[in-house]
Design a protein around this ligand. Structure first.
Ligand code: FUB
Length: 325
């Protein structure tokens, strides 16, 4: 019998979990995290230690109910185009179909984004035979707006390879911009009605500072690194993300799902883990931040555990910064 869930406490302890994407489906919380493998190989800056091979889906009947492992929802052996590293996933629902979006390396060691479908939120999911045309890099987040239009946000630096796509094709030697050059932004594309392919060309999002200038590459406390998430609050679009090597979760606000976005502040101060990754969801009238750290393994970067905490807005729409306990 699993324990009731508590804020800032591992939601499950029987496996390592990370990158939790939380959604409300069928009046319950469903969480789609990465599944960290329990191995003892060393870390490097390209994330080779993140060797995930499958996904488990979790459900919670209420925010303080046990977090239930619904079992393996997809394994890489069932995805023809994947060679390794099934990283941070997301999910969506439309017209009775549930979609699991996931990044993974293809047979050429290039990250792409795939999609799998199911008629239940817990899966199992059946993958499409190939990755979504036009995708690259990692960390898909799918947002469906009130008008029914769906958007995929994605991209992550270094091991996530976003810096290698600056010319539009894969350049294995390309590096992240530096100095006062604009930082790279996450990528967005509108999805077709079937949620399986892109309707539009991909576009890089602009993240601006308070004076309307692009956040620069050297501004590592604020520049985009990985793990985008989109949510809507009081009619505004909140793009949140990780700053990677400075370990913050931050956010920027815009008037449309395509931006531009103006940097507003920090959501979460650094956690006990190199990576920080999140989702934001409204459930039964409150807002929650789902995030991870490495507390369950005593600080091993690739053995993480998902947690949640309440997220609170100020009256002006800014988010109160959370300091992890
Ligand atoms: O879990 C593997 C990678 O680490 C994710 O894709 C990134 O966002 C980071 O959390």
């Amino acid at each position: 019998m699993s324990n009731n869930s508590k804020p800032n406490t591992p939601l499950v302890t029987h496996i390592y979990t990370a990158d939790p994407s939380a959604h409300v489906f069928e009046n319950k919380l469903y969480i789609y995290p990465s599944h960290d493998l329990d191995h003892n190989e060393p870390d490097n800056d390209l994330g080779d230690q993140y060797k995930m091979e499958d996904y488990h889906v979790f459900s919670m009947d209420d925010i303080d109910a046990p977090c239930v492992d619904c079992g393996e929802a997809l394994h890489m052996k069932d995805v023809p185009w994947v060679s390794k590293q099934m990283w941070a996933p997301d999910a969506a629902h439309k017209n009775g179909v549930y979609y699991l979006y996931f990044p993974a390396k293809d047979k050429d060691d290039i990250f792409r984004i795939g999609v799998a479908t199911s008629d239940t939120p817990a899966g199992p999911f059946k993958a499409q035979p190939s990755y979504i045309p036009g995708t690259y890099s990692i960390d898909p987040a799918v947002f469906i707006d009130d008008d029914g239009k769906a958007y995929m946000y994605f991209g992550g630096l270094w091991g996530g390879q976003l810096q290698k796509w600056q010319t539009g094709t894969f350049d294995p030697n390309a590096v992240e911009p530096s100095g006062k050059n604009p930082a790279l932004g996450p990528i967005v594309a509108e999805l077709n009605d079937d949620l399986l392919t892109f309707k539009s060309e991909t576009r890089e999002l602009k993240i601006l500072d308070e004076d309307g200038n692009p956040i620069t590459a050297e501004d590592t406390d604020r520049r985009y690194f990985e793990g985008p998430w989109m949510h809507k609050y009081n009619g505004d679009y909140y793009l949140s993300y990780s700053t990677g090597d400075t370990h913050y979760l931050v956010y920027a606000v815009g008037k449309t799902p395509m931006g531009p976005f103006t940097y507003k502040g920090r959501i979460l101060e650094p956690v006990n883990s190199w990576t920080t990754h999140h989702s934001i969801v409204e459930f039964n009238g409150k807002w929650y931040l789902f995030y991870h750290d490495s507390s369950l393994s005593g600080g091993v970067n690739h053995k993480r555990c998902m947690k949640y905490t309440e997220l609170v807005y100020n009256t002006d729409g800014t988010i109160k910064t959370i300091t992890p306990p």
